[in-house]
Design a binder for this molecule. Structure first.
Ligand code: 8OZ
Length: 362
């Protein structure tokens, strides 16, 4: 196998210099405490994967209200900052770069995870299907309540506070999670947003919250250290189409985000390939509308990633699952060493087993 691949050339993603074109995709591992504080295991886990050109952390709750899964980390208390600081120091000492993914789940939550058993919040009072992970098992997300217009400034303030904490924790930047049908995407989609205020109705109104959050976070970090993740054709909420016009909605949003000169756009593209590959969405058109650095994600293997970088269709490719069982994924892709496969039961929850005990290639 060739080692002259384009994947191993350095680049700049906004203001962030990266040593290669391989990003570690955000991976929910559900191994923090119920208080959202990481244990020292997370320090080992991220340090082991620091040869990625850029680590994008697991989705991290910006507020207690934004939490929808047990054992996911937070970035809203001083203890969260302290725990994450140990992670960023370890990654930097190992020569890596790491951005924190900022997350508010919106309606994908459960009353047992909310302060005082409150209902989760959403653009509209429409209950999600599917399952979330609560203490001790899975549960359908609880019926949400619709946010009052006057509350939305508070949500943006929570993002700003989380971004400030991420800065104090020593990250290289932040990624706004506006994908996979969590809060920001619930606003974007006309199936989950039935509002009649300035955050609902027109495409401009539905995309407003993502843009305002990106602006607020960019005020903290500088726009060249802020990325946004989108999933225009996700099936995260089941098989039903989430939006009547994904091309129009996301094209508009990509132009708006492009005008902010952000560090990067990161897209979950995978459902254009494989068994659901008939889905019609042009990610290159989205990338052109955004105009800045582009991180492609989902279902890439070495050859497709290499071709994508060689043809200038992305600046980085993010690998997710392969990073679980291959802490030295970059080296393995370089040498052609075989990749280990993580079993599903290693993905979420537990301790070191299946998390920090994967060996490097001999
Ligand atoms: C898997 C399990 C729970 C959450 C996402 C943050 O889909 C997630 C997630 C993934 O973006």
């Amino acid at each position: 196998m060739t080692t002259t691949s384009n994947l191993f050339t350095p680049a700049r993603i906004g203001a962030i210099p990266v040593a290669n074109r391989i990003a570690m995709a955000p991976l929910t591992r559900a191994r923090a405490g119920m208080d959202g504080v990481h244990t020292p295991l997370a320090v080992d886990y991220y340090r082991q994967r620091a040869t990625a050109g850029l680590i994008i952390t697991e989705a991290t709750n910006i507020s207690r209200q934004g939490r929808g899964y047990a054992y996911t980390p937070g970035i809203y208390t001083a203890d969260h900052v302290t725990a994450w600081k140990a992670v960023t120091e370890a990654v930097h000492t190992a020569g890596g770069r790491i951005v924190l993914q900022l997350w508010h789940v919106g309606r994908i939550s459960h009353t047992s995870l909310q302060e005082g058993g409150a209902a989760p919040v959403a653009p509209s009072a429409l209950q999600a299907g599917g399952e979330t992970y609560v203490e001790g098992g899975f549960a359908q997300p609880s019926p949400p309540r619709a946010l009052e217009t006057a509350e939305i400034a508070g949500i943006i303030a929570d993002y700003r506070h989380a971004a400030e904490n991420a800065k104090a924790a020593g990250f290289d930047g932040v990624e706004v999670h506006s994908a996979n049908n969590y809060l920001l995407e619930q606003f974007i989609r006309d199936s989950t947003n039935h509002r009649t205020d300035r955050y609902g109705g027109s495409v401009e109104n539905r995309t407003r919250l993502t843009v305002e959050v990106a602006e607020a976070v960019a005020e903290v970090w500088g726009s060249d250290r802020v990325g946004v993740r989108l999933s225009p054709i996700t099936q995260a909420a089941g098989n039903t189409p989430l939006d009547s016009d994904p091309n129009g909605t996301y094209g508009f949003l990509a132009e708006r985000l492009g005008a902010l000169n952000l560090a990067y756009l990161h897209c979950v593209e995978g459902q254009t390939r494989g068994p659901n590959g008939a889905r019609n969405f042009d990610f290159q058109e989205l990338r052109r509308k955004f105009g800045g650095a582009y991180i492609a994600n989902n279902g890439y293997d070495r050859d497709l990633a290499d071709r994508t970088i060689a043809e200038g269709r992305a600046d980085m490719v993010a690998f997710g699952r392969p990073f679980i069982a291959n802490p030295d994924l970059v080296q393995r892709l370089k040498t052609g060493a075989p990749l280990a496969q993580a079993p599903q039961e290693a993905f979420y929850g537990g301790g070191a087993k299946g998390y920090t005990d994967w060996p490097t290639a001999a």
